[in-house]
Design a protein around this ligand. Structure first.
Ligand code: 5RP
Length: 232
């Protein structure tokens, strides 16, 4: 079983939590893509759900599969969001945003009664921070915001290099919301809650990739089958 099979197995287990009539948040990334495919199969088989995608990419995938879509304006409270993650710690705090969709992902997860994170075992870590922390910022005042991000991190722990994420064309990567992403290489985040709080208070920071207290369950597809972790 390769990593992609493990991601698909986790997605297949997550689909078992979907009930007819549910309002679903659809995540973004290679793991969430499997979940969306599987929801699409169930919809073709007659499952009645309505979904909010967390990115333009997921929106396009859902449309191609005939999944009925809504928006958070029409449907502001969702039952369940299923999404991937870049890192998952033992408290089910997450780093997300490797795919650049963190802002919509967090809005959708926060609007959901329940969030299930799906992954292969490579995303499980004893402490967050090996994966660079994505911080989504407005292009306006970029250098000032970047300096404020560096100061906020340094007030809590040693700040590693910050880098502006670039696209394949060498220009700044632009999110679905028209923002840029600073990736903060921190090695280890000592206190994710305090870091989340410090970054949230900076004007120009639209969102950061720390998802603390949002996921209730992680479904991990591994070589020996599925492991389910629940938030303590
Ligand atoms: C996108 C995300 C993804 O969920 C995260 O990057 C994991 O992606 P993948 O399932 O492809 O490893 O946060 O913004």
């Amino acid at each position: 079983m390769n990593a992609d099979d493990q991601k698909r197995a986790a997605a297949a287990r997550a689909v078992e939590f979907v009930r007819p009539g549910m309002k679903l948040g659809l995540g973004t990334g290679s793991t969430a893509k499997h979940f969306v495919d599987l929801v699409g199969e169930r919809v073709k088989g007659g499952l009645d759900v309505i979904c909010v995608p967390t990115s333009e990419a997921t929106h396009a995938q859902a449309i191609s599969l005939g999944i009925p879509l809504t928006t958070l304006d029409e449907t502001p409270a969702l039952d369940l969001t299923v999404d991937g993650a870049d890192e998952i710690d033992p408290d089910l705090s997450l780093i997300k945003g490797g795919g650049g969709a963190l802002l919509r992902e967090k809005i959708v997860a926060a609007a959901s009664a329940r969030m299930i994170v799906i992954s292969d075992p490579s995303k499980l870590v004893p402490a967050l921070g090996r994966f660079p922390l994505p911080v989504e910022v407005t292009p306006f005042g970029y250098s000032a915001t970047r300096l404020a991000v560096e100061k906020a991190i340094s007030s809590l722990q040693k700040c590693g290099p910050l880098s502006l994420r670039k696209g394949k064309d060498g220009h700044p990567f632009v999110t679905d919301g028209g923002h840029w992403i600073i990736d903060a290489a921190l090695t280890r985040i000592d206190d994710p809650k305090a870091m989340a709080h410090a970054l949230s208070g900076i004007p120009g920071v639209m969102e950061h990739g720390l998802f603390v207290g949002l996921a209730q369950m992680a479904i991990i597809g591994g070589p020996d089958g599925i492991k389910i972790l629940e938030r303590p």
